[in-house]
Design a protein around this ligand. Structure first.
Ligand code: SF4
Length: 359
């Protein structure tokens, strides 16, 4: 397919709409690739309203590549706390170090170099290259999939290799390459504000006469997804162990959710258990067999915490022990007041808030 006048006209309508309707966001008033990069990574899994605060705080503390590269992983994770998908924060820091080493601290402007940085995929590389240097790489995110599938009535599933290829090709075709950055921002914002997932206000849409989904009454059916990924249930029992004002935390190192964050001693089980059963588990006995008398109270029970592809059912017990055990020596020991200095998963943050800590 070759680019036609009609494709370009579409791009111009989108840009005109964007100029009239865009939200005023800090990363829109800059062509600084570092700020654009940080905003794009934050916004990958986060709503704009929530992301805005994080963006301002993050940029305030780490204003450039050098400051991010020099920071400790713990500190970067602390600034990310609550945003979820923590590998994003770790990758940002590693990519910043890579920019220092390979590019002398200057953000690379070649698409392939941007793509070679840790945590940057095709979408983010296209966003940085086009927003910062007006390079003609089309962005294809969830908003763009929706807009294109409806405008062109495309029902190839967006979560297949073939679908991604077709949408990417089309996204490039309708782009006015002389205004690549503006076009990309426009189509994303159009998806976010006008062509929304549920009940878009098509009567107000400047593209209504070009929209196949509107003409064929298929708006709610597009875009098509092939299938949902199976969700896995996990059962977490967190033990907030205390002894004379001290407590113990563990840094998650394994390749799983929340790598690099801190948590209380955890017993994970295959199914839900009451406390009597939990006490019989190997993990519990190993932790407490030489702890003396246990004073146990339940903190939060069966809290449902939904992540992508998994649901965690978490229960928190507070356990005061008489003396430190051998098993606890594998954890970091700290005073209870110091917990607030550590980056913890949102689930633990909620529990601590319930306990009355001002984190
Ligand atoms: S007419 Fe409706 S469905 Fe079509 S692009 Fe506009 S808002 Fe989206």
């Amino acid at each position: 397919m070759l680019q036609s006048e009609s494709d370009l006209e579409l791009s111009h309508i989108l840009i005109e709409w964007y100029n009239e309707n865009k939200r005023n966001l800090p990363w829109r008033n800059t062509n600084n690739p570092y700020a654009i990069w940080i905003s794009e990574v934050i916004l990958q899994q986060t709503r704009v309203i929530q992301g805005l605060d994080y963006f301002n705080r993050f940029i305030g503390r780490f204003p450039d590549v050098a400051s991010l590269a020099a920071a400790s992983e713990d500190e970067v994770l602390k600034y990310w706390q609550g945003l979820g998908y923590y590998s994003r924060a770790r990758n940002l820091r590693m990519a910043a170090q890579d920019i220092m080493n390979r590019f002398g601290g200057t953000f690379p402007d070649a698409y392939q170099d941007i793509l070679s940085l840790k945590g940057i995929g095709e979408y983010t590389a296209a966003a940085i290259a086009s927003f910062s240097w007006n390079k003609p790489f089309p962005v294809v995110d969830g908003n763009v999939f929706r807009v294109l599938s409806r405008l062109y009535g495309m029902n190839v599933p967006i979560d297949t290799t073939d679908g991604k290829k077709q949408f990417s090709h089309l996204a490039g075709l309708i782009m006015d390459k002389s205004q690549a950055g503006l076009h990309n921002q426009a189509i994303m914002e159009f998806g976010a504000l006008q062509c929304v997932p549920q009940n878009p206000d098509c009567l107000k849409c400047p593209l209504i006469h070009k929209c196949v989904a509107n003409a064929t009454n298929k708006i709610e059916l597009l875009p098509v997804k092939q299938g949902k990924t199976k969700t896995r249930n996990r059962f977490f029992y967190y033990l907030y162990v205390t002894c004379k004002g001290k407590t113990w935390l563990h840094r998650r190192e394994e390749k799983d959710i929340w790598t690099g964050l801190y948590e209380f001693p955890l017993i994970e089980t295959e199914r839900a258990m009451d406390f009597t059963e939990l006490q019989q588990t190997k993990g519990f006995r190993r932790l407490f067999n030489d702890a003396g008398k246990l004073d146990i109270s339940i903190g939060m029970e069966d809290v449902k915490h939904v992540l992508s592809h998994q649901i965690i059912y978490a229960t928190f017990y507070k356990i005061e022990i008489e003396r430190e055990t051998d098993a606890l020596r594998n954890f970091s020991i700290l005073s209870c007041e110091e917990i607030e200095k550590y980056a913890v998963p949102r689930l633990i943050h909620i529990y601590l808030e319930k306990l009355g800590r001002n984190l």
